[in-house]
Design a protein around this ligand. Structure first.
Ligand SMILES: NC(=O)c1ccc[n+]([C@@H]2O[C@H](COP(=O)([O-])OP(=O)(O)OC[C@H]3O[C@@H](n4cnc5c(N)ncnc54)[C@H](OP(=O)(O)O)[C@@H]3O)[C@@H](O)[C@H]2O)c1
Length: 260
């Protein structure tokens, strides 16, 4: 199969490209560095011509309406122009419709753009990647203290497993129209205290004292009240946070994306 991967140079997209190739298919990374700009549509028709499937993992934290949302709409329009029946598989975030955070709103808008396109499409929502959980825990540490938004818990997931599941959907049978796949999450949920303790053990330090910040703003309340936790029907799997951390550098750097 020929599978186009938007954001194929990114943290998730790069792993998707490697998954596709490992399974003997052709992966075509599509992003600005390969001449495809989802914010304008430049290069899109050319890269999508002849595609059997598209995995949409391009994203912009600063321009999500242009890249995630308009990008999804442009992919649909381009496939229609080309008369292509390619299956579009897109990544979204668990609970994006429950927390009023602008980036999350864009993820929901991006899902809707695919639903409106009325093409074979699968949206897979995942929880936060382990690297984001580690980043939140390390960035929220000040000297001997760390902070928790209320009693917020997080159930992070292994990015490599997310890449595998996206590839499973893209190489598997396509639906006749739009569908939401089962949400996916890692095997365990953690409080801020537990994350801080696991990271401290990894780094060989004393765990910080965790101070609870009252979730006064609606967005913080959304996080604190379990808005991003998976429901009981979610599929769970991949490496646990602790097993993933064992493969990371010591001390764990403060980075948004996975160092390895
Ligand atoms: N991080 C998490 O915890 C998490 C959890 C669940 C779901 N997700 C979702 O996973 C996806 C991938 O996240 P990530 O952290 O792997 O992203 P990332 O590493 O920041 O990669 C973003 C990709 O988007 C491309 N891109 C940006 N602007 C573009 C444009 N105008 N046109 C075309 N491509 C563009 C970038 O390539 P160029 O710079 O070459 O354009 C890059 O390849 C996102 O949709 C995110 O919402 C993330």
């Amino acid at each position: 199969m020929r599978i186009v991967v938007t954001g194929g140079s990114g943290d998730l997209g790069g792993r998707v490209v490697r998954q596709i190739e490992a399974r003997g298919h052709e992966a075509v990374p599509a992003s600005r560095r390969t001449g495809v700009d989802l914010a304008t549509g430049v290069g899109l028709d050319a890269v999508l011509a002849g595609a059997d499937a598209v995995i949409h993992s391009a994203s912009s934290q600063t321009r999500p309406q242009d890249v995630d949302v308009a990008g999804a709409r442009r992919i649909g329009e381009s496939l229609r122009r080309l008369g292509s029946g390619a299956h579009v598989v897109s990544i979204s975030i668990v609970g994006s419709d429950r927390v009023p955070y602008p980036y999350y709103r864009a993820k929901v808008d991006s899902e809707r753009a695919l639903e409106d396109a009325a093409l074979p499409a699968t949206v897979l929502r995942a929880t936060q990647f382990h690297s984001l959980a580690a980043f939140l825990a390390t960035a929220g540490r000040v000297g001997p203290l760390a902070f928790s938004v209320g009693d917020m818990r997080i159930q992070p997931v292994d990015i490599d497993w997310v890449a595998q599941r996206l590839t499973d959907y893209a190489t598997g049978p396509a639906p006749s129209g739009y569908r939401r796949a089962r949400d996916i999450a890692g095997p365990a949920a953690y409080s801020a205290v537990q994350l801080a303790a696991i990271l401290a053990a990894h780094d060989g330090r004393r765990p910080p004292r965790v101070v609870r910040i009252p979730p006064l703003l609606p967005v913080l309340r959304g996080f604190a009240e379990g808005g991003i936790l998976p429901g009981p029907d979610a599929e769970t799997g991949g490496r646990s946070f602790k097993d993933w951390l064992d493969d990371q550098p010591t001390p764990m750097p403060r980075r948004f994306h996975s160092p390895t």
